[in-house]
Design a protein around this ligand. Sequence first.
Ligand code: NAP
Length: 310
Amino acid sequence: MQEKYTDAKPTNSAKKGGEEVKILDGKSLALQIKEEIANEVRQLTADGHRAPHLAAIIVGNDGASQTYVASKEKSSHEVGFTSSVYRMSESTSEQQLLESIEFLNSDPDIDGFIVQLPLPKHIDEQKIINAISPNKDVDGFTPINVGRMVLGQECFVPATPMGICTLLKRNGIETEGKHCVVIGRSNIVGTPVANLLSRKGFDCTVTLCHSRTRNLAELTRQADILIVAIGKPEFVTADMVKPGAVVIDVGIHRIPDESKKSGYRIIGDVKHQEVDPLCSWVTPVPGGVGPLTIVSLLENTLLAYKRNNK
Ligand code: NAP
């Protein structure tokens, strides 16, 4: 994560209220990166090597988890990876899950795998994550990979923070010396992205906010780059944003909407209608961070393939 990208061009732009607001178009960028991965996989298989193999374990029938795993599987196929999904029932015991993880850890044909979260309540999530081999931990959730990331060592970076970094880099957004305010300190988004953006290569000055932060709006109004991962629909309003800020909305919420064929629409943690006109750059929801999250998982799998087959 040390290198800087300054050569990339804006992916899209739109006129809002007379001001130019550039859209951080995750959907197009994800397609472009998938094409790059697919080309590499085509070359590998043409040279007689096997394709990279990503596996996923899903326990139970949570609807959102089923959707996420299905889209990871679809994306894997699109780039030419082999993909396996191990579906286990809601009543699977912790021991059975640990045994499945051990099986995947030792299968030489599997380069990386994920255990889709959340897990049923009777299973200790941290115990399960700790059992994943750090060499196959393409979600970057194991303590070894988190520790390596914090130390700036070779590791697997968690997919969503990695996707946010990719969006900034590939769009040539200047980060050095900028004040980045992150709302939310989860282990999968807020904390790792705050760490990554404060490191050499990005060189932001980072403020990490959470539910005990005082005067939140006062802090967010100082942000050159505002990253919102709070999990509350349309929480960030115009009065919380500095004109000209870069705003990254990580939130995903399904809101019932009878006008849609699906019966719902997706909104984020930012009230885009009023915030977007203020921004220099902004991620749409959907089509911003989400597509980059899946692509980052594919990038980590390709990396695992290369590292594990040296
Ligand atoms: P999370 O684990 O629920 O964490 C939410 C964070 O927000 C916590 O750190 C919490 O603080 C903080 N918070 C809650 N209320 C607050 C308030 N009033 N003021 C300031 N901070 C507050 O959420 P997450 O897993 O990081 O996910 C965040 C959102 O991103 C969700 O909508 C999720 O669906 C979405 N997401 C999207 C992707 C993607 O690919 N686009 C990936 C992952 C997650 P405390 O720590 O003090 O409780």
